[in-house]
Unconditional design. Structure first.
Length: 178
């Protein structure tokens, strides 16, 4: 596959992930936990695949560098909003995360290169995906006690992801020495 086709495919996966957010929230709101979980998993896999394709192409486009993290934010905030509405996460934690994401998105918009993701930022996204997959584990897949344990583990993973989000923000915003 030629590099331009890889970049185009990576960008298509990114756009597709952004579009999965709405059906995921609708599925959650209608009690279709299995569908929501599958959409979240597909979104996480598409995030990995678009990054892999961009690296195989020798680097992504500036457009993709700006769109990919924005798509991740939209996609991950959708279930976080639902979890907050369900009172499974505190509102203050969601506000901290939204504030961080708006700040970093604004910073990225001012970067000529699109503001490449840091390793801490990538780790934060991976940890958030894992936490959400566990927190949203469907009730009917396993016995209630097992599901409760799995969802509790997801809740426990959310907090390090929040701390990593806040810590990584300082890394983006700290002036670089030349």
């Amino acid at each position: 596959m030629n590099p331009n086709l890889r970049r185009s495919t990576a960008n298509g996966l990114t756009i597709g992930r952004a579009l999965l957010g709405l059906p995921m929230v609708i599925a959650l709101g209608q009690g279709q936990a299995s569908l929501a979980w599958i959409l979240l998993l597909v979104g996480g896999l598409s995030d990995w695949a678009d990054g892999w394709l961009a690296r195989r192409a020798g680097g992504g486009s500036i457009w993709g560098a700006q769109l990919d993290p924005l798509t991740d934010k939209i996609f991950l905030l959708a279930p976080l909003l639902w979890l907050t509405q369900q009172q499974r996460l505190p509102l203050w934690a969601l506000w901290l995360l939204i504030s961080r994401e708006l700040l970093i998105s604004s910073w990225r918009g001012g970067q000529a290169s699109g503001g490449a993701a840091s390793m801490a930022g990538k780790a934060k996204t991976l940890l958030q995906f894992a936490a959400l997959l566990l927190m949203l584990w469907p009730q009917k897949w396993l016995p209630p006690q097992v599901v409760s344990t799995i969802q509790g583990l997801g809740w426990c993973l959310f907090w390090p992801s929040l701390l990593l989000a806040l810590a990584s923000a300082s890394g983006y915003l700290r002036p670089k020495s030349n």
